[in-house]
Design a protein around this ligand. Structure first.
Ligand code: CMP
Length: 140
């Protein structure tokens, strides 16, 4: 298995409830290393650009409004098979379908306010990491 990097976002519903540390503990327990991390407050334009792939979806406006409503923590996770491993730790997008012990099962409030985002493939991980971080900020 290859060492990969993936982009993770701890979303406003989680930062608001002071869950950053609890979520990071789950990543670290699964063997994912946090090699970059910062807390930022996205503008609607910045959130809109990040989620541009979902622009045609009915929930796009709601998603952009939510993601720019309060601070988020953006981070790069590194480890063996990090993209798939992070998706396992996060659980299904809809918390009602998420497995026991996953971040979304434990913390998510709804399909929209689902506590975390994670890249879904190597190509998107590269684009998403570059959206938030310069190479100098990635300290493995
Ligand atoms: P995320 O992994 O960040 O990628 C896109 C996001 O859109 C997703 O998590 C959800 O938070 C959100 N999303 C997906 N489906 C819906 C939906 N039906 N209603 C509201 N938000 C949604």
């Amino acid at each position: 298995m290859a060492i990969e990097r993936t982009l993770s976002i701890i979303k406003p519903d989680a930062t608001r409830r002071n869950l950053t540390g609890a979520i990071n503990a789950k990543f670290e327990a699964a063997g994912l290393r946090i090699v970059a991390q910062k807390r930022i407050h996205l503008s609607p334009a910045q959130a809109g650009k990040f989620y541009e792939v979902h622009k045609a979806r009915p929930f796009y406006g709601e998603l952009v409004e939510f993601m720019s409503s309060e601070p988020v923590v953006v981070q790069v996770l590194e480890g063996e098979d990090a993209i798939a491993k992070n998706r396992e730790v996060m659980g299904a997008t809809n918390p009602e379908q998420a497995a026991e012990g996953t971040v979304r099962k434990e913390f998510a409030l709804s399909i929209g306010e689902n506590s975390v985002h994670g890249s879904d493939a190597p190509e998107t991980a590269a684009v998403e990491i570059a959206y938030f971080f310069s190479g100098l900020e990635l300290v493995g």
